[in-house]
Write a protein that binds this ligand. Structure first.
Ligand SMILES: *Cc1c(COP(=O)(O)O)cnc(C)c1O
Length: 388
């Protein structure tokens, strides 16, 4: 018998789905706490929430009600269909804004679902204005201008041309003008003030209306970047907003995987596809049920570590589709066994650290999380009043 107290190694918790290879725990209370922290930082500016890609892979149906209960009243998604789905999970009076705008021909559907498009192109404006004329009323809309990222929104020339077509822009009840920062996670980058200046130039061409420039990282650039509405996504889910600085946000995601097999091997033993790793000394190896099909990226091969009993278990060799092999030699003999749990993301290994091991960012790890997990949601530790 192993002494659990002594090793700190935990058994894999089969309470939810006894067949699962890994457990993804999403702390909804931490999301609410992060929303409140960002709101406080923003002072009088409104804190919206970006829930595109199913709330960055964490489940918009679970996340949206918790943010609503924390007094979030404005939600952004990327696609019209994401907005249609989100409508069912937010109060009727909440605003749901579509970053990509309405697809061509879907303008009436967008309107029918009470969704407001971001107008990114002259064509989108013309079609939204045409629908407004057909309905003999003004329709709500947001305007995006490009302030340097060359991705979404009207260019300065397109904006100037639109400003001359009063019939079109007068057909829209403009709720917001917005733009997006390319380098906000680098606070010292010259790109930030340059984009802000271009955003100001665009605003001067427009009638007065609320403005929005900051996403998660932009909130930490200071009040000059807050305007009327900020649009955080990643920070709600615990991703560090500023590279290389302490993360003020609460971690949201915990990922634990099951040990499938443990073996003792001599020095010089090859491990995994391609024999890219060999043990330097006699070692204890553990095969763990997480792989690139679960979103644990293959680029993390031979990098980073899982954790158990407060000890790092380095990843040896390539990440396979459904498994990794870790070196468990640092644990006392017999401490780790089949059906024990190892931490993949958690208190010892942050989401951002795991992303860095794979050569990517927390955003990509979150949105890539697979659907084979036993997904669990923590809620109620500091529950806020339910609004409905
Ligand atoms: C994704 C996105 C956001 C949210 O960005 P985060 O960095 O996750 O906070 C805000 N605005 C736009 C236009 C986006 O595309």
């Amino acid at each position: 018998m192993r002494d659990r107290e002594a090793t700190g190694v935990q058994a894999f918790d089969e309470g939810g789905n006894p067949h699962a290879g890994a457990i993804l725990t999403v702390d909804l209370d931490a999301i609410a706490a992060n929303y409140r922290l960002l709101s406080r930082r923003l002072g009088t500016a409104e804190c919206a929430a970006v829930l595109k890609a199913d709330a960055y892979g964490l489940g918009a149906a679970r996340v949206a009600p918790v943010l609503s209960a924390a007094d979030c009243r404005t939600f952004f998604v990327a696609h019209l269909d994401e907005g249609i789905a989100l409508r069912r999970h937010v109060p009727r009076e909440a605003a749901v804004w579509i970053l990509h705008g309405a697809p061509r021909g879907a303008e009436a559907e967008c309107l029918a679902h009470g969704l407001v498009p971001v107008i990114n192109t002259p064509g989108q404006l013309a079609r939204w204005a045409a629908l407004a004329r057909a309905r003999a009323c003004k329709l709500p809309g947001l305007l995006q201008v490009d302030s340097g990222m060359s991705r979404f929104g009207l260019s300065p020339a397109e904006l100037a041309a639109v400003a001359d077509r009063a019939g079109e822009h007068d057909a829209v009840d403009w709720r917001l003008v917005m733009s997006h920062l390319a380098c906000a996670d680098a606070p010292d980058s010259d790109a930030n003030p340059a984009q802000r200046t271009r955003f100001e130039d665009a605003r001067r061409r427009l009638p007065p209306m609320p403005a929005s420039l900051a996403a998660s990282s932009g909130i930490f650039l200071g009040a000059d970047y807050h305007y009327d509405v900020a649009r955080p996504g990643a920070a709600l889910f615990g991703v560090a907003p500023v590279a290389g600085r302490p993360n003020p946000l609460k971690p949201v995601v915990k990922l634990e995987a099951r040990v499938l097999q443990v073996r003792d091997v001599p020095a010089g033993t090859a491990v995994g596809y391609g024999y890219t790793a060999r043990t330097a000394t006699a070692s204890r190896l553990a095969t763990v049920a997480i792989g690139y099909a679960d979103g644990f990226l293959r680029s993390a091969s031979g990098r980073g570590a899982a954790w158990a009993g407060g000890v790092a278990l380095p990843i040896l060799g390539r990440v396979s589709m459904d498994s990794i092999v870790v070196d468990a030699s640092a644990l006392p003999a017999g401490a780790l066994a089949e059906d024990d749990a190892v931490e993949i993301i958690g208190p010892h290994r942050s989401l951002d650290a795991v992303a860095a091991d794979a050569g990517t960012i927390g955003y990509e790890v979150l949105t890539g999380l697979g659907d084979r997990f036993d997904r669990r949601y923590l809620h109620g530790a500091d529950a806020t009043a339910d609004p409905t």
